[in-house]
Ligand binder design. Sequence first.
Ligand code: BTN
Length: 323
Amino acid sequence: MSTKEKLLAYLKENRGEWVSGEFFSKKMLISRSAIWKHIRNLREEGYGIVSSPKKGYFLQHISQMVLPNEIREGLDTTVFGQRDIIYLTEIDSTNRKAKELANRGTPEGTLVISEKQTKGRGRKGRSWFSPSHDGIYISLILRPDIPPDEAPKISLLTAVTVAETLLSLTPLDVKIKWPNDILINEKKVAGILTEISTELDVINHVVVGLGLNVNTQNFPEDIFKRATSVYMETGERFSRVKIIREYLKQIEKYYDLFTKRGIAPVIKRWNELTHMIGRRVMVEVVGNKHVGKAQGLDADGFLILKDDRGRTHRIISGDVTLM
Ligand code: BTN
């Protein structure tokens, strides 16, 4: 623990009480001016700390930023988020940064988190609206021992994970839309961008990027009708740190399950969580359009669609519209 972290730990332990400067000086063997410097840094990180010349310091509220130390506190995982969390206040894209790190050998389980993205990327070259401090923009580096053509399974697994996360922390009815959009009341609350790097038919790394609209109160006009946030659906602000912790716990659990028992348990849960089964949909697959009833995912993670002539299509990737 660094001195600043120790100081914060003492303030948290004594929540609701004043802690004197003398107490810190004695416990940590540092000068009053050093304490003051750390307090100033903590305030810059968003901690509400009041000070009084007579009484010392008082922790009013913890930071609302997605700081690595806050995420790690009470994080119930073995690997994910336990080691490296790269925290940024601003970046073009956390996926781009995570790929750069993964190419340099950064280990599995490393996270890149930013408070804001200036060029957040979505699927199919789209962009991802990433306003400061409102949403979760996070990329996770994985190094799964699977053939490259199985990589889409990681996206399915992440979609299940995100849905489970929101179901466990909010009262919302969360649904998955193929392949990996997360919806509430038919509007998109989260998206997943999985990018893979391969070499001679072996996966080097997979970067799983998640964009989740948490406390967003407004969207640009072009996406307003299709997008939503947890705040807009509940009227409540949610702690992004708590959501990230739960997401890491769930994704580690499903990733473990996938590596040990294959994709079957994930597919079963995906089919339970989708709102598409039995509905009429149009799927656009490079240059082709299929219209029919969605049947759910098969054992390999392909979307099964029965068209109007009774023919069955197995689709691995594309864009779907509910009709
Ligand atoms: C989609 O199009 O639905 C996928 C959106 C994925 C957005 C996230 S935000 C964090 C990560 N970094 C990016 O640049 N994109 C992903």
